[in-house]
Ligand binder design. Structure first.
Ligand code: PMP
Length: 433
């Protein structure tokens, strides 16, 4: 009854939106069940809907607002930049340089960095650079991993616990160059790499370093190191998609956490501090010279553009947000909040002896139906079981929302520096109810 009685404004708005927007929403991260809520305000650890209901916000804009939403010290700087240099499209500016430098200072494998407009675009660009640099075509991704919605990467094996896509409208010739491996299946990866040797070779293996969907299917401890070794053996580039993990698992990103050097790193979200136009790609000077006009004349070049990429507003937002995150040790504080929350969830699971499991990597917390962790590809009922899992978590996510807590699809939680003992208690009470 919560949604019917307390969310009348959202219901009315989504009804009207459906007249103008397909399905009524664009990219609704949290839920569509029973209908999407229209949000009016975000502040610190909270979201407020148009009916004035308050929620603890564990979406954190899909990850980037590690400082909490509407973080004033960054917001004030961004407003100053907007007033000073307005749109300034396509021209070099101070903040483009400052952003690239602060990323390099914290993630030294990113020797050179190029700003882009979204994570999707950055993933697409990394692939183009890898193909240009290696002269090879095939790309291997992990099933269930999300690397945006470009033609080349939106596929997904149906991996339990990860999203399924209806991805039509993609020519067969494009999909022919993208292959998928089962999560953690290093032998399977070797077979794909070997097979590709007879067919022009592999340009890159792209991974989410914590595992598909920010670690919803967690990586084995040595997975990234083994992928690195195989990439070196077969002359493929290793791409880390750090759209969620950069600065969130620590100032050095997942590459610092695992102590692995990727050839290319993909960024999104955090590189504009949660403001619009968030994307970028970086890597060694040698690899990144593929996108630099005038450098290494005669060498193959990847065309990478974007009128509003590297606009001063987004770059300043990213620069000031990252500066604060590093200075305040925000990843550590958010991570401690994640630890507390995860521990509390485990206590509840034990208290009621529930078929659920909770785990976290710092500020990235997962809550999952235990059975989903043991499903495998060969199970003839796999699609039915994935559907059941999805439905269970969807209902659970809606129940949490009705109790004042918004998670990503009922099972993923991004904590921030703005969380505190009070928000964590509110959350655990909601889970308990
Ligand atoms: N890669 C990862 C790991 C992501 O989580 C996302 C977004 N959820 C993307 C890429 C795509 O980023 P964007 O939505 O900015 O296109």
């Amino acid at each position: 009854g919560y949604f019917e009685t307390k969310c009348a404004g959202s219901k009315k708005m989504i009804g009207e939106a459906k007249q103008y927007i397909p399905g009524g929403v664009q990219h609704n991260l949290a839920f569509n069940y029973p209908f999407p809520l229209a949000m009016a305000k975000a502040e610190g650890p909270y979201l407020y809907d148009v009916d004035g209901n308050r929620y603890v916000d564990y979406l954190q804009a899909g990850g980037p607002t590690l400082l909490g939403s509407n973080y004033l010290p960054v917001q004030e700087k961004v407003i100053e930049v907007i007033k000073e240099c307005s749109p300034c499209p396509g021209l070099f500016n101070e903040y483009e340089m400052k952003l690239a430098k602060i990323i390099h200072d914290n993630m030294p494998h990113v020797e050179k960095y190029r700003s882009l407009a979204s994570g999707t675009e950055a993933d697409m660009t990394a692939i183009r650079i890898a193909r240009t640099f290696t002269g090879k075509s095939k790309i291997i991704k992990v099933g269930g991993a999300y690397h945006g919605w470009s033609d080349q990467l939106v596929y997904s094996l149906h991996i339990p616990g990860t999203q399924r896509f209806e991805a039509h409208g993609i020519p067969k010739e494009v999909s022919a160059n993208t292959q998928e491996m089962w999560p953690n299946d290093i032998d399977g990866l070797r077979k794909l790499l070997e097979g590709n040797q007879k067919d022009g070779g592999t340009a890159a293996v792209i991974v989410e370093p914590l595992g598909p969907e920010s670690g919803t299917r967690p990586v084995a401890r040595d997975f990234n190191a083994k992928v690195r070794e195989l990439c070196d053996e077969f002359g493929a580039l290793l791409i880390f998609d750090e759209v969620v993990t950069a600065f969130r698992v620590g100032p050095g990103g997942a590459q610092g956490y695992f102590d692995i050097k990727p050839d290319l790193t993909v960024f999104g979200k955090i590189v504009s501090g949660g403001y619009p136009m968030a994307g970028g790609v970086g890597g060694s000077e040698e690899v990144m010279s593929c996108v630099a006009a005038g450098v290494n004349p005669g060498k193959p070049k990847a065309y990478v553009g974007g009128t509003l990429s590297a606009n001063p507003m987004s770059c300043a937002a990213g620069y000031y947000a990252i500066d604060e995150i590093v200075k305040l040790d925000a990843a550590k504080i958010a991570g401690e909040n994640g630890d507390k929350l995860c521990k509390g969830l485990q206590t509840l699971i034990d208290k009621y002896d529930l078929p659920f499991v909770a785990w976290n990597t710092g500020s990235i917390v997962h809550f999952e139906v235990t059975g989903a962790m043991y499903l495998d590809a060969a199970d003839p009922d796999i699609l039915k079981k994935i559907g059941q899992r999805q439905h269970a978590l969807e209902e659970f996510g809606a129940a949490l929302t009705a109790n004042g807590v918004i998670t990503l699809a009922g099972s993923r939680i991004y904590t921030s520096m703005a969380d505190n003992d009070e928000t964590i208690k509110e959350t655990l009470d909601a889970f308990d109810r």
